[in-house]
Design a protein around this ligand. Structure first.
Ligand code: PMV
Length: 312
């Protein structure tokens, strides 16, 4: 049978999660973790198999049409004009699930690419990102579009959703030297829909108060883009620390994330903050290259999974 495989990238948000949902700027960068999908044409049914997540489902079984995953795959097949074709979709996620690292968007992008490739369907990068955005709406309700954009293009960007014109402004970001990043996993699954929902509830009650926090975060993201272009890690770290304080004001941190942030700062991080939806999930720290190992091993000693990467 014809098999085609492809990937979607995971991401970290350096500055601007949550406020990005309200039309403010955010900075995101890919991580070297991805989701890979393989699509094999077969007769009749669409089967989805994700061994790592214990998923094995036949999409034609309506009684199992309960998950957003099922709904997303069905949407992808429909939009590519393949709803009546049979195929087996194997997914190999190398990004931890529900950690604010963009696994769901990376999965959607990997499946879209592999399906299009398997059935010889032409699809542009922008169309891939837009379709993954519609999948993210099923999973998250009101996504900003930053996850699907990163999952598709896999480059550092300054991102802003133009709500009025329902489009995204995307600017490539470059940095003169790679920026060392330690990622700490809290070990607690995060549901982005939940933290986005609690921020929305607070904003609805008191829009002015929260709009002003979002605008402060916007200013940090814009200053962060400048710091990245200059390779000014000290400035970027300070901006991340302040952003984490404002994310705390939004009450989207957690006990474990706070512990990880403290460990990072105690061990020489220039900046440390939660990344993604929060309420658990992951945090990131930046530092001079020779401090990364110390930060990561202190996190491991405290019982957390970590990995070291860099933004380039
Ligand atoms: O938790 P993640 O990886 O889905 O990141 C979400 C980032 C938010 O700003 C909280 C939501 C969004 O859609 O931008």
């Amino acid at each position: 049978a014809d098999t085609a495989g492809d990937i979607g990238y995971g991401k970290i948000i350096l500055l601007g999660e949550h406020s990005v949902v309200y039309g403010r700027h955010a900075i995101a960068a890919p991580i070297p973790l991805h989701v890979r999908a393989e699509v094999t044409a077969q007769a009749n049914h669409i089967d989805l198999v994700i061994p790592r997540w214990g998923v094995e489902m036949r999409l034609a079984e309506p009684e199992r049409a309960i998950s957003s995953l099922h709904a997303s795959i069905t949407l992808i097949a429909e939009r590519l004009g393949l709803a009546d074709r049979g195929m087996r979709i194997d997914v190999f996620p190398h990004i931890p699930r529900a950690n604010g690292l963009g696994a769901s968007a990376a999965l959607a992008v990997a499946v879209i690419r592999a399906m299009a490739r398997c059935f010889d369907i032409e699809i542009s990068e922008r169309e891939i990102s837009n379709l993954a955005f519609d999948c993210e709406k099923i999973a998250h309700g009101t996504p900003s579009g930053i996850d699907n954009t990163l999952a598709t293009f896999g480059k550092p960007i300054l991102f802003r959703r133009d709500n009025a014109n329902s489009r995204a402004d995307i600017e490539d970001l470059t940095t003169p030297h790679p920026i060392p990043v330690v990622i700490g996993l809290s070990g607690v699954a995060t549901l982005t829909m939940q933290t986005v929902g609690s921020v929305r509830a607070a904003w609805q009650k008191n829009p002015e108060r929260y709009e002003s926090i979002f605008s402060q975060i916007d200013a940090l993201a814009l200053a962060g883009a400048e710091a990245m272009r200059k390779g000014d890690l000290v400035e970027l770290g300070e901006l991340m620390n302040i952003d984490h304080g404002l994310l705390n004001a939004l009450q989207v941190s957690s006990r474990e994330i706070e512990e990880l942030v403290q460990i990072a700062r105690d061990n020489g991080a220039l900046g440390a903050k939660l990344t993604g939806g929060g309420g658990g999930g992951a945090m990131i720290a930046i530092s001079e290259p020779d401090h990364c190992q110390a930060i990561a091993s202190a996190m491991r000693s405290a019982g957390y999974n970590t990995f070291i990467t860099e933004i380039r």
